[in-house]
Design a protein around this ligand. Structure first.
Ligand code: FAD
Ligand code: 2HG
Ligand code: ZN
Length: 494
C-alpha cells in the first residue's frame, strides 16, 4: 500500500482482521464501531479536503477504560491509530494516511466538574469547545481559548494541538491554563494527573509533554483547566489603515493605552477581506455606500480588529474612545466602526473569523501559520505574492491559472501570521513554489514554521527549520520511549 500522492510508504503495521474486530466488539458496543464505507468518508478526510486517508475502521469509545483496553490491544498487535477530535486541524494530523484505525473522541463528551470558587473546569476531551464555553457562561466564567472552529473542535483536540486562537493575548497559552490531564499512553497505561493545583513543583511537569503533542504520545481523555471570570463589558473596534507600518503603530498604542483591557488585536489585509466578502456576500463593516459583497470592501490595504474586555463598561468605553481619538488624530487609523451591541460584535468578528473558510471557496488552499518578528511579518506575504507572480502562477482573473490569491491575516498581537494561498485545485507546481520557500523565509527571519496549527502531516519534514538537532533528537527519544512500536499517529509530527 503506497500513498503515491504523498510519497510515503506504509509502515510495517498489522492489518485489521476478523479477530481484531471480535476483540473491539468485546470492548465496545456495535454502535461504537464504524465500518460502513459511506460512514467512514467524513472521518477519512480533513477539513480542507486536502488529506484523504483509507481507514476501514472508526472506534468511538465512551470511557477512558475502553480507550486503555483498545490501545493495549493495538500495541500488542502493532495496529496503527489516529486519535481524532473535531477533525478541524489544518495540517493533516487528524486523518489517517493509510489504513490506520481512527479513534474518535466524540463519545467522550461529559463535563466532569466545575469549581465556582477557583474557576477550575474538569471535562472529557471530547466536549465541543463551544459547549464548554456555553456551560461556563452560565457560571459567569469563560473558556480561556476561543477560535473560529469552536462549534466543531473538541477541547482534547485543542490541547493536543496547543491551539492559540483569538484571545491568547489576554488569556495566555494552554501551557499556562491547563492544570492537569488524563492521558492513555500507547501501551494502555492510564496517566491520571487531573490536578487542580496552580502551583506544583514536584518533579517534571509531565502534562506539558502532551500539550501540542498532536496525538503522537498518548490519547488525551480528560482536561483540567483554569477558567477566568467572564468579562462583563466587551467592545470591538474594526479599523481601516493605510499601511503595515500603521498596523504596527496601532498595536503599540493599543498595548500601552488599552493595556489590561486589550483582549484581541487581529489584522487582515485587503485581499483577505475580498475573500471573506465573496464568501459572506454581505456588507463590509466599513462600507459607506449601498453596496454588497466584494464591491462593499473599501480600499484600505489593512484592517484591524481590536477587542477590549473588562469589568466596567463606562471605564472601558472611555478608554477605547480616547485610544480611537488618538490613533485617528495622528492618522494611524483612517476609518473605523465600533460595535454597539452583541449582534454587531458577532458580525465584526465574522469578517475576521471567516477568512479561514473563505480562502478555500475556489477549490483548495495552501495554509501557512508562522511566527515572525512583527517587523518582517507581512513581508512574507509580499514575497510569496511576488514569487507566484514571477512564476506566472498568480492570477485572479484567468481561470486557466491555478492560483487565485495569497492573503495575509492573523493574530498580530501574538506575532502570528496566517498566510493563505487560495487555489482552484491542489497542484504540485504551486506546492513546489511555496515549499520550502516559506519555511526558508521563516527560518531566515528566526521565526517558527508553526505558530499554532502544529506539524501534523504537512510539516513533518520541515521541523528542522524551527528546531535544532538536539531538540529533534530529544523529541524522537521521547517518542521511541513511550511509543516504541510507533502505533500513535504514524507518518506525522517528526
Ligand atoms: P483534530 O483536528 O481532530 O485533531 C488535531 C490533532 O490533534 C491531530 O493530530 C489529532 O490526532 C490530535 N488529537 C485530537 N484529539 C486528540 C486527543 N484527545 N488526544 C490526543 N490527540 C488528539 N487553531 C489555532 O490554534 N488557532 C485558531 O485560531 C484556529 N482557528 C481555526 C479556525 C478554523 C475555521 C479551523 C477549521 C481551524 C482552526 N484552528 C485554529 C486549527 C486548530 O488546530 C483546531 O481547530 C483545533 O484545535 C483542533 O481541534 P480538533 O478537536 O478539531 O482536533
Ligand atoms: C485563524 O486564526 C485560524 O483564523 C485559521 O488559525 C487560519 O486558516 C488559517 O490559515
Ligand atoms: Zn489562528
Amino acid at each position: 500500500l503506497t500513498a503515491d500522492k504523498y510519497n510515503v510508504k506504509r509502515g510495517n503495521y498489522s492489518t485489521i482482521n476478523d479477530d481484531d474486530l471480535k476483540e473491539f466488539n468485546s470492548i465496545l458496543s456495535s454502535n461504537q464501531i464504524i465500518t460502513d464505507s459511506n460512514d467512514l468518508i467524513g472521518f477519512n478526510q480533513d477539513w480542507m479536503k486536502k488529506y484523504i486517508g483509507q481507514s476501514k475502521l472508526v472506534l468511538k469509545p465512551k470511557t477512558t477504560d475502553q480507550i486503555s483496553k483498545i490501545l493495549s490491544y493495538c500495541n500488542k498487535r502493532k495496529l496503527a491509530i489516529v486519535p481524532q477530535g473535531g477533525n478541524t486541524g489544518l495540517v493533516g494530523g487528524s486523518v489517517p494516511v493509510f489504513d490506520e484505525i481512527i479513534i474518535s473522541l466524540s463519545n467522550l463528551n461529559k463535563i466532569r466538574s466545575f469549581d465556582e470558587m477557583s474557576g477550575i473546569l474538569k471535562l472529557d476531551s471530547g466536549v465541543i469547545l463551544e459547549n464548554a464555553d456555553n456551560f461556563l457562561s452560565e457560571k459567569g466564567n469563560i473558556f480561556p481559548l476561543d477560535l473560529g472552529a469552536k462549534g466543531s473542535c473538541f477541547v482534547g483536540g485543542n490541547v493536543a494541538t496547543n491551539a492559540g486562537g483569538l484571545r491568547l493575548l489576554k488569556y495566555g497559552s494552554l501551557h499556562g491554563s491547563v492544570l492537569g490531564l488524563e492521558v492513555v499512553l500507547p501501551d494502555g497505561t492510564i496517566l491520571d494527573s487531573m490536578h487542580s493545583l496552580r502551583k506544583d513543583n514536584t518533579g517534571y511537569d509531565l502534562k506539558q509533554l502532551f500539550i501540542g503533542s498532536e496525538g503522537s504520545l498518548g490519547i488525551i481523555t480528560g482536561v483540567s483547566i483554569l477558567c477566568p471570570a467572564r468579562p462583563k463589558s466587551v467592545n470591538i473596534a474594526f479599523l481601516g489603515l493605510n499601511s503595515y507600518e500603521s498596523v504596527k503603530k496601532c498595536f503599540q498604542t493599543a498595548r500601552s493605552d488599552l493595556s489590561e483591557i486589550l483582549s484581541a488585536f487581529e489584522f487582515m489585509d485587503h485581499d483577505s477581506q475580498l475573500l471573506a466578502a465573496k464568501n459572506l456576500n454581505s456588507i463590509h463593516p466599513l462600507c459607506q455606500e449601498d453596496k454588497i459583497g466584494i464591491d462593499s470592501v473599501p480600499n484600505y490595504p489593512f484592517y484591524v480588529l481590536i477587542e477590549t474586555s473588562g469589568s466596567t463598561k463606562e471605564h472601558d468605553d472611555e478608554k477605547l474612545e480616547k485610544f480611537l481619538e488618538k490613533v485617528m488624530e495622528n492618522e494611524t487609523v483612517i476609518d473605523g466602526t465600533v460595535s454597539q451591541d452583541e449582534a454587531q460584535l458577532k458580525t465584526l468578528w465574522t469578517w475576521r473569523e471567516s477568512i479561514a473558510e473563505a480562502s478555500q471557496q475556489f477549490g483548495g488552499v495552501y495554509k501557512y501559520d508562522v511566527s515572525l518578528p512583527l517587523d518582517s511579518m507581512y513581508s512574507l506575504v509580499e514575497a510569496v505574492q511576488k514569487r507566484l507572480n514571477d512564476l506566472n502562477l498568480s492570477s485572479t482573473t484567468d481561470n486557466s491559472k491555478p492560483v487565485y490569491e495569497a492573503v495575509g491575516y492573523g493574530h498580530i498581537g501574538d506575532g502570528n501570521l496566517h498566510l493563505n494561498v487560495a487555489v482552484r485545485e491542489y497542484s504540485k507546481d504551486v506546492e513546489k513554489a511555496l515549499e520550502p520557500f516559506v519555511y526558508e523565509f521563516v527560518a531566515k527571519h528566526h521565526g517558527s514554521i508553526s505558530a499554532e496549527h502544529g506539524l501534523g502531516f504537512q510539516k513533518k519534514n520541515y521541523i528542522s527549520y524551527s528546531k535544532s538537532e538536539v531538540e529533534i533528537k530529544m523529541i524522537k527519544d521521547l517518542k521511541d520511549h513511550y511509543d516504541p512500536n510507533h502505533i500513535l499517529n504514524p507518518y506525522k509530527y517528526i
